[in-house]
Design a protein around this ligand. Sequence first.
Ligand code: UDP
Length: 479
Amino acid sequence: MEIQRPHAVCIPYPAQGHIFAMLKLAKLLHHKGFHITYVLTQFNYAHIMKARNFLPLTQSPTFRFETIPDGLPSRENPDTALDIADLCFSTAKNCYAPFMELIDMLNRASDVPPVSCVVSDALMAFTVGASQELGIPVVFFFPISAVASLMHIYSSDIRDKVSKNKDVIFGDYIIDWIPGVKSIGLSDIPTTAWSTDPNDPFIDYLISQVSKSYKASAAIFNTFDELEPEVCKALSSMFNRVYTIGPIPMLLKGLPKSEIDKIECNLWKEDSTCIQWLDTKNPKSVVYVNFGSMAVTNPEKLVELAMGLSKSMKNFLWIIRPELISGDWSTILPPAFTDAFKDRGYIADWCDQEQVLNHPSVGGFLTHCGWNSMVESMSAGVAMVCWSFFADQPLNRYCCCSEWRLGLEIENDVKRENVESVVRELMEGEKGREVKKKALFWKERAEVATSVGGSSFLNLDKLIGEVLLSGGQHFPNGV
Ligand code: UDP
């Protein structure tokens, strides 16, 4: 019977946020009856196994993990932060052959169904070639907002109009010529979608990935129509087919419980005692602080943030990932902070973020504005304080604070007084009350989109019926 399941090979870009987002999508497909092969890089697989004391990732015969090399030289220290551009260049150049070998191996195995479709992170665009060769559909998953995806798609035009134009004053430039986007300052668009250097190799890489994405059978976005209506409309005419199926975590929560719910791919060991600490706090009294899996900062900013949290007099749960700062945070933070921390704070390396955001004690989220964090916060109805670093984060900050209005901004050049006042405002001020109301509003709208008959709920079934089970018949540009 298992051999009759359709077989989706899911391949994320090898970074934590992308791995989590794709894992949730893979779980959705498994719930819908697919056999799943989930492809990790050897490096990340080793990192994940270390974090879980080498316990197997899954016992399920219908949800399996496989690995391919990322093509980079082997790294001595698995905790060294990776250069995103190097990883992009390397996967684009080196992953195609091992990916094809893997599919060949799967198709020869007697205990798994033949591979019937590929679900690929949009940054792993080499998969288009693989699916063309195999004659099966490939869908590209954009694990960022629809508007951030659109900005990356327009990176070639942005280069022509902005980076190559000597008359442009970067600080003042407004983009108002992208369909679906009213007007937006250059400083608010993804740092990965443009460059002051007109010959930036990363933008070359991006343009080549985008051109491949048009050949995919479909594009999927972890957003919902009501959140980004104009942008979703603009995107729908750019690809063979477009499906908005977010918030994926919410869609997943609506499905019956299953053994595969427990599968996780944490690159760091999860601290579960922080949940017990949250249990001891009053409802909505804790500010949760987390900067995701890739952001890094310096000791000065760490101290300013710490002192701001301390001066706010609020309870805080702060996740300081080992790579967030080079060195040991406990030797960097001043004694004045350590006292506040003893009374009101808890610091851990890594946590189950969705569990934390849905904990009744959490009243706000100070975030780096990664898209998954935003979606998870919105799904939990938690308002945010936004401090963005790079990639799509500045745009997510802008949309969260200025368009959807469920967040308050913090200055990028973070100062303790600013942290103190914004955190206080979020937790007890008038603006705080407004953004909290909006957070609940968006949670409710997301629930509508992912409930029976909602846009994302229906789009998932359409994606499966129209594309993943189609054998790739309908797409002239695709397979
Ligand atoms: N995450 C987590 N525990 C942590 C920090 C992050 O589980 O302590 C998860 C979080 O739930 C999200 C992902 O890691 O799904 C981070 O993705 P995001 O897009 O927010 O940021 P990135 O790490 O890509 O910068």
